[in-house]
Design a binder for this molecule. Structure first.
Ligand SMILES: Cc1cc2nc3c(=O)[nH]c(=O)nc-3n(C[C@H](O)[C@H](O)[C@H](O)COP(=O)(O)OP(=O)(O)OC[C@H]3O[C@@H](n4cnc5c(N)ncnc54)[C@H](O)[C@@H]3O)c2cc1C
Length: 493
């Protein structure tokens, strides 16, 4: 990374003159809010946080930072779960969350153009409303649906290639991004799409940028694919006496060649805490709950449902509840999406792990992950995208206890090593960030890592954009497993 030659105050003063004082935070108390994202273990104070209101302002800020050799960290609304939006040392956070303009919704061509900070649901809500106003028989929407969708931004979704509940059938974010505008770390502007150009030419740059976690530049505009919102559903939940049986149901449904829109699972502790918090009517003694939704052509759904129910029953499903109406369906999905919010009743802090494993290995793997936690004296609960084999063991701990923090990190390491050993990977959707960067060489060989580094250097030769995240680097290595450095303001933790 380039050495910073300028006094930090000069940089902050220049940012204030460029953007106005209301769009720059540099007071240490205000900066505390930005010391971490949804991964509470990695903390570091930025030099400043800036809130540009347009792509042009982003370019202006980035040019200024590049002139002074100041590193930058792109940030949306900070819901990320891998420490990707945290600045360490002298970095400035460039927060695109105030760029909330939906520039156009083109229903006939099924594309919307939005600024980076538009929230995921804001785009879908606006598109559904416009479809109704224009009399479309089936509304269009933006399909990626991370559980954080009410809060997270579309640029954040693209940068992490977010998945969601219906990823199983409808795909991850990259499959719904048609074009991107991005400010590179030298302030120049890359645009992969031009007016009137409906299909990409040349290399698929949006696909390269999706999932790059802010390491290649700052996304400022996104061309989003709009798709028809499914209209016909069969939704049910089943409870089980063991997570093993629930996971075996999932494996067998996929093995039978059926692709539901979603198959989501909660373990017993999670069912109980969600029920205690929100009262959806789930049985208190359930050891697992599987929520399944099929969507598609009305005429074929009932037959598919019967096949799925038969598989569930073969695995000792009990208390199968089919969804009678749209209200109950919405309630069930809200139960799933609010599950994370209910965890606060169990523990002061929690850390959501994210790994993918082959679906055929789900039953043993979920049991093994809980066992790893038990052996380390750490409580683990589970709510996850079972259909994708995307597990989310949630570690409950106290972030103010350094020993517990270290135990969480060690347990995470063991869980991820186990997932790799059974043919899995270290992230399904939350990304690598700072949390898992040291595990990248366990997944990829040297030539592949060198290619990631070469791509980074092509976009950002001075290594100013989100260095030390996702792509292993000798320039900045943030060690989380280092007890003495925990929670050091302004430094790597
Ligand atoms: C309760 C909860 C539920 C969640 N559920 C899901 C889920 O179901 N699926 C899922 O995939 N994730 C989930 N997440 C994780 C998180 O919401 C996603 O990763 C989301 O895409 C992050 O969006 P954000 O705007 O908050 O980005 P941030 O957290 O601000 O940033 C995330 C990463 O994207 C980069 N970034 C942000 N904005 C830009 C930009 N403009 N240009 C370039 N890079 C940028 C950052 O540098 C960082 O590396 C969940 C999180 C929470 C707290």
């Amino acid at each position: 990374m380039a050495a910073i030659r300028t006094h930090p105050h000069t940089v902050v003063d220049e940012l204030r003159s460029l953007l106005g004082a209301g769009q720059v935070l540099a007071d240490p108390d205000e900066l505390l809010v930005y010391e971490c994202d949804g991964f509470p273990i990695a903390k570091g104070l930025p030099l400043a946080v800036v809130f540009p209101r347009s792509p042009e302002q982003v370019a202006g800020c980035v040019q200024l930072l590049a002139r002074h050799g100041v590193p930058l960290v792109p940030r949306g609304t900070g819901t990320g779960l891998a420490g990707g939006a945290v600045a360490y040392g002298e970095g400035v956070i460039v927060c695109t969350s105030r760029m909330t303009r939906i520039e156009s919704i083109d229903l006939p061509n099924r594309v919307a153009v939005v600024e980076a900070g538009v929230r995921n649901t804001a785009l879908s809500d606006a598109t559904v409303a416009r479809s109704a106003a224009e009399g479309l028989p089936a509304p269009l929407y933006f399909s990626p649906d991370p559980s954080s969708q009410k809060a997270s931004t579309i640029a954040g979704n693209a940068a992490t290639c977010a998945g969601g509940i219906t990823t199983l059938k409808h795909g991850v974010t990259t499959q719904h991004i048609l074009g991107l505008e991005m400010v590179l770390a030298d302030g120049s502007v890359l645009r992969t799409r031009t007016e009137g150009l409906l299909d990409g030419l040349g290399a698929d740059l949006p696909a390269l940028v999706c999932g790059s976690e802010g390491t290649l530049g700052i996304i400022t505009r996104v061309w989003c694919r709009l798709t028809p919102k499914p209209q016909h559903f069969r939704t049910f939940y089943a409870t089980y006496g063991s997570t093993f049986d629930a996971c075996a149901t999932v494996s067998d449904i996929i093995a039978a060649g059926i692709i539901p829109a979603a198959m989501e699972m909660m373990d017993g502790a999670m069912v109980k805490v969600v029920e205690d918090a929100f009262h959806y009517g789930f049985p208190a003694d359930a050891q697992a709950l599987l929520l399944v939704e099929l969507d598609g052509v009305a005429e074929t759904l009932d037959e598919e449902l019967q096949r799925v129910l038969a598989i569930a029953q073969a695995h000792q499903a009990r208390g199968i509840q089919q969804c009678a109406d749209a209200r109950r369906r919405a309630e069930l999905w809200s139960a799933r999406k609010r599950a994370f919010g209910a965890i606060g009743r169990l523990s002061r802090s929690y850390c959501t792990q994210d790994a993918c494993i082959p679906r055929s290995k789900l039953p043993e793997a979920v049991a093994q992950i809980v066992e790893i936690g038990r052996q380390r004296g750490l409580q683990i609960t589970n709510v996850f995208h079972a259909g994708d084999g995307n597990v989310h063991p949630i570690f409950l701990f106290d972030e103010d206890d350094p020993a517990q923090v270290q135990e969480v990190l060690r347990t995470a390491e063991e869980v991820l090593a186990y997932c790799i050993s059974i043919g899995g990977t270290i992230t399904g959707e939350h990304g690598v960030g700072v949390e898992k960067i040291h595990l990248m060489p366990k997944l990829f060989n040297e030539a592949t890592i060198r290619t990631f580094q070469a791509i980074k250097a092509t976009f950002d030769p001075r290594h100013l954009a989100n260095e030390g995240k996702l792509i292993p680097s000798e320039r900045l290595c943030i060690e989380l497993l280092k007890p003495t450095a925990l929670n050091t303001p302004g430094g790597a933790t």
